[in-house]
Design a protein around this ligand. Structure first.
Ligand SMILES: NC(=O)c1ccc[n+]([C@@H]2O[C@H](COP(=O)([O-])OP(=O)(O)OC[C@H]3O[C@@H](n4cnc5c(N)ncnc54)[C@H](O)[C@@H]3O)[C@@H](O)[C@H]2O)c1
Length: 252
C-alpha cells in the first residue's frame, strides 16, 4: 500500500467518479478508519461506498449529498460526518467542474463563470473553513489537501473560468499555509496533469468535436494518466509519512 492511513478519519469530496473515487477506495485499502464521501452524484457516490464496504466487510464508508458551493450543506454535513467518525483527520477535496471549455471570452457566459468559481473556488474555501474549525479542536490537528491543476498555475486552460478557479485554489492554499499553524494542520494542494476521468474525457471529446482530428484525440486519450497513480500520491500526502512535506505537488 502506498500509505498507512490506519486510525485516520477522512472526508473526501468528489469521490463519486474520477480521481476522488480512486483515492477513496485506495484510502480504505490503506486502512482508513472511516471514509466520508461528499458529492452531488448520489448514485455514483453510493457505488464508491459500496465498493469500499464490500471489500472491507464493514461500514467504513458513508455518503452525504453535499454541494460544496452551498455553505449550509457543507457546514451541516461536516458536523454530521465528524459526529459519525469521531474526528476529521484528513480532508481530501477533489470536487470540481470544468465548464465553458473552448468558449471565446467574447461569448463566455457569466452564469458559467459564476458556477465554476462557486464550485471550484468558493467550495474549496467553504469546506476548508468548516474542516479547520474541527481540526483546531483536535489534539492531533489534521491534513488538508486541496486540488488545483496545471491550469491557471503553470499553464493555460481550455476554459477561462476553470483556469482562473484553479489558479485561485492554488493561491488560497498558499494563503492558508501562511496563516494556519502548520505544526498542527498541514495544508497542501495537488495539481494533477491530465488524468483519465469523466472530466477530462468529456473535455477531449469537446475538443475533437471542434477539430475533427481523430488521430490527435486518440493519442491524447491514450496518453492520459491512470487515476490510481494520482490516488497513490494523494493517499501518501494524507498520511503521517508525508508530515514534513510542504507546498504543491504536481503530477503529469
Ligand atoms: N482529471 C484531470 O486531468 C485533472 C487535472 C487537474 C485537476 N483536476 C481536478 O481534480 C479534481 C477531480 O477531477 P476528476 O478529473 O476526477 O473529475 P470528475 O468529474 O471525475 O470528478 C469530479 C467529482 O466532483 C463531483 N462534484 C461536482 N460538482 C460538485 C459539487 N458542487 N459538490 C460536490 N461534488 C461535486 C462530481 O460529481 C464528481 O464526482 C477536480 O477538482 C479537477 O478540477 C483534474
Amino acid at each position: 500500500m502506498p500509505a498507512d492511513l490506519t486510525t485516520k478519519s477522512i472526508i473526501i469530496t468528489g469521490a463519486a467518479t474520477g480521481i476522488g473515487r480512486s483515492t477513496a477506495i485506495m484510502a480504505a485499502e490503506c486502512g482508513a478508519q472511516a471514509v466520508t464521501i461528499f458529492d452531488v452524484d448520489d448514485t455514483a457516490a453510493q457505488d464508491t461506498a459500496n465498493v469500499i464496504n464490500t471489500a472491507i466487510g464493514d461500514t467504513v464508508a458513508k455518503c452525504w449529498h453535499v454541494d460544496v458551493a452551498d455553505r449550509a450543506s457543507v457546514e451541516g454535513s461536516v458536523a454530521a460526518a465528524v459526529e459519525w467518525m469521531g474526528s476529521v483527520d484528513v480532508l481530501l477535496h477533489f470536487a470540481g467542474i470544468l465548464h465553458g471549455a473552448y468558449a471565446p471570452i467574447e461569448s463566455f457566459e457569466e452564469a458559467t463563470w459564476d458556477r465554476v468559481i462557486d464550485i471550484n473556488l468558493k467550495g474549496t474555501f467553504l469546506i476548508a473553513k468548516a474542516v479547520v474549525t474541527h481540526m483546531n479542536d483536535q489534539p492531533n490537528g489534521g491534513v488538508i489537501i486541496t486540488t488545483a491543476s496545471g491550469a491557471g498555475v503553470t499553464g493555460g486552460s481550455s476554459s477561462y473560468a476553470y483556469g482562473a478557479s484553479k489558479g485561485a485554489v492554488h493561491g488560497f492554499t498558499m494563503v492558508m499555509q501562511r496563516h494556519i499553524d502548520m505544526a498542527k494542520i498541514r495544508v497542501q494542494d495537488i495539481a494533477p496533469g491530465r488524468v483519465r476521468t469523466p472530466l477530462v474525457l468529456e473535455n477531449l471529446r469537446q475538443q475533437f468535436e471542434k477539430t475533427g482530428d481523430r488521430e490527435h484525440y486518440e493519442a491524447e486519450v491514450a496518453d492520459l494518466t491512470d487515476p490510481d497513480d494520482v490516488a497513490k500520491i494523494a493517499t501518501f500526502m494524507a498520511s503521517d509519512e508525508a508530515k514534513v512535506m510542504r507546498g504543491p505537488v504536481f503530477t503529469r
